[in-house]
Design a protein around this ligand. Structure first.
Ligand code: SF4
Ligand code: SF4
Length: 113
């Protein structure tokens, strides 16, 4: 098993940080142009869970984003701060690329010492 796989955990309850903090440039049901950083995804329910989990309508980029020990196990405030910092770091480089690149950058940064 790779080191990256060993750090994947379950999504934590009452978080939703990655569904708020990150820019998503691909279409989301109810948000045809995606969403901006800091904007709540309309698919986030009142328990801060994705209403599209397991649905083919869930954006690919969301499917690819895996909860990780480093990001997800220190509470939603920690996750939000980490993701906001990553968003700021990567924003200039991702203006013209798909948000899957941003997610890939985030995962790489979060798993690099
Ligand atoms: S940041 Fe992690 S724990 Fe929080 S909603 Fe996203 S995947 Fe789940
Ligand atoms: S579609 Fe689901 S996983 Fe993707 S940002 Fe929205 S609530 Fe989060």
């Amino acid at each position: 098993m790779s080191e990256a796989k060993e750090t994947i955990v379950d999504c934590q309850p009452d978080c939703g940080a990655c569904c708020i903090a990150i820019t998503i440039s691909s279409a989301i049901p109810g948000m045809p142009h995606g969403k901006l950083a800091g904007e709540h995804c309309v698919q986030l329910d009142t328990s801060r869970r994705c209403q599209l989990f397991g649905s083919p309508e869930r954006p690919q980029v969301c499917e690819q984003f895996k909860p990780r020990v480093e990001l997800c196990t220190h509470g939603p405030l920690h996750a939000m701060r980490e993701l906001e910092a990553l968003e700021r770091l990567t924003a200039p480089a991702v203006k013209h690329v798909d948000s899957s690149v941003l997610h890939a950058n985030a995962i790489e940064l979060l798993t690099t010492d």
